[in-house]
Design a protein around this ligand. Sequence first.
Ligand code: DX5
Ligand code: ZN
Length: 222
Amino acid sequence: MTVQINPSILSADPANLEPELARIATADAAHIDVMDGHFVPNLTMGLPIVARLAQVSPIPLDVHLMIDDADRWAPQYAEAGAASVTFHAEAVRAPVRLARELRAAGVGAGVAVRPATPVEPLLDLLAEFDMVLVMTVEPGFGGQSFIEGTLPKVSRLRQAVGPAGPGAVHIQVDGGVSRTTIGRIARAGADVFVAGSAVYGADDPAAEVAALRALAEAPYEA
Ligand code: DX5
Ligand code: ZN
């Protein structure tokens, strides 16, 4: 299966983001965590920084908005140069309207769910999205441990989406992804993997991306 490995720069050195992006140039996209201190109890970066990162990044930006009032702000991240924009189902009033707006702006539209948010309400609406993000930790911080109980949700989504491949809605997982957990997450059906501390905590982030990719592509061999 073709998988995507998207390192999260939340675990990168914030004083050196351009070189930190260069270290993951072999990854599929850079995962950008935007937090507003309201939707989650942490604060990261906003539009001007994301717009600048889009100019210097060697790979596309996969923007994950952990913010209130995504209806209002998400389209501006499309304009800022993101390749895909993912908003939280819990933070938006009109997810389909917003996804259509993002697609009309030429970017991928993703919808994210916290660990305790069910995916069932989204299942009949999957055609409206390019990606569903299943949070496998409580959003807000890197370096937390993987919540095993989120895996059945990934499996149910894979069943609803059908086989991964061109045109299929992507199933992304974010939180606690590492060499230890990625095999079983891949077996549950995810095809896009975010990894922050695992990649940037490694001496060689590019080698870590390659190792994670190999484990996710052949999850039954581990
Ligand atoms: C957490 C963020 C994640 C975070 C993952 O709210 O959405 O993208 O960077 O970090 P790790 O991979 O360390 O769990
Ligand atoms: Zn994230």
